[in-house]
Design a protein around this ligand. Sequence first.
Ligand code: UD1
Ligand code: CA
Length: 455
Amino acid sequence: MTDLLTMKGSALAIVLAAGEGTRMRSRKPKVLHQVAGLSMLGHALRAVAAAGVDRVAVVVGPGHDAVAAEARRLAPHADVFVQEERLGTAHAALAARPAIAAGVDQALVLYADTPFVSPDTLRRMRAGVAAGAAVVGVGFEAADPTGYGRFIMADGRLTAIREHRDATEAERAITLCNGGLMGFDGRRMLAILDRIGDTNDQKQFYLTDAAEIAHAQGLRVSAIVCDEEEVLGVNDRVQLAGAEAIMQARLRERVMREGATLIAPETVFLSFDTTIGRDVLIEPHVVMGSGVTIADDAVIHAFSHLEGAHVESGVSVGPYARLRPGATLRANSRVGNFVEIKNAELGAGAKANHLAYIGDARVGAKANIGAGAITCNYDGVNKHRTDIGEGAFVGTNSSLVAPVTIGAGAYVASGSVITRDVPDDALAIGRGRQELREGWAAQKRREQAGKKKDH
Ligand code: UD1
Ligand code: CA
């Protein structure tokens, strides 16, 4: 690990997000496709932030307003530049010329379609520049180098990066390949990039030519090496699924190392921001969307789906529960099978054990929500709130028509439709009265038997 405290100088990240992504066969720009609940662009921006890089430039393709919007949502201070024509990676980096010209010590170029870049690698690139390199390349030992640029090394220095299509047979035998990330001395970067030409097989301006140009000028060009997985790029949906699998494996490992038990980790799906405490038990087949936090000693039973939910300590969820955004389950509350909770707080020790919908509501501590109870929160136009007091008892199959308040300690009889507020400690019954007709069924059967036709 490179110590951030010893990192001197200002840093700028230039994130290239101008890819066409045609192989995704999508109306959506490639870098907006998600891995573990966050866009690939978002993963790149998170790594940049974690590496202490405070200035960010995102280069987007023409018409890619959605990419610009995602960049601004995740990094409000980012400058967005448009690369009007796709003339190569150096041309793309130069779209951010004003950000470079503003003056910066270390400039790091990264691609928005490589979601595994680690903050540590970005820090090592910064350190390489801080130690005097004009250019820092990031290489990896490729299992199959076909298609990648090759690192041409001499005396431990990077002297050139040769694109596969421009490489000789001998150069193609090299397995140390270019991961794509490049670090620059920010004060020298423009002078180097402006010398890059397009005299190659693709007639494009290659960022990789910076290595050879700087080396020829007698400047120091260094190489660092990272794992192949870190620079794994996503070009189609098969690779997207591959990236998802790697990311899920990492997330599962992280929560297990932090003290959660996953009985069948390969069946549990987490998000980039899932936070799980100690001694949490997660049964098989659980899916977590983004924004989920689970505190110590909670149990998430099988087949539950959580998203934007906060689960406090000792809570039991599921099996077959659904927690939607804004669900907050206070300590030791219980949510059982086929219960849906949305934008609602369930107080400490409260229970909704079977078949209920609690939306736009507050449920007081130790209240009991019976099977089949529903908050009728939506009138077709607006949403309304339901407030259920501490220790209240909502009988089975009740409909609470919001806005409505059930007082603390109040009792709602089973099958009630509650349209008016219920005071503390009161009983509310809102259902048709039961009628009884003695002998009616037996009489009916006798009549039917007399009319029965032979077939
Ligand atoms: C690039 C590197 C290669 C490296 C490989 C690693 C160059 C010339 N080559 O090759 O050495 O081994 O990545 O994956 O840099 N982009 C733009 N605008 C452009 C062109 C590209 O924004 O005009 C973006 C793309 O969206 C992509 C990235 O830059 O995210 C890389 O471009 P791509 O054409 O995929 O380069 P490769 O041929 O893969
Ligand atoms: Ca590529």
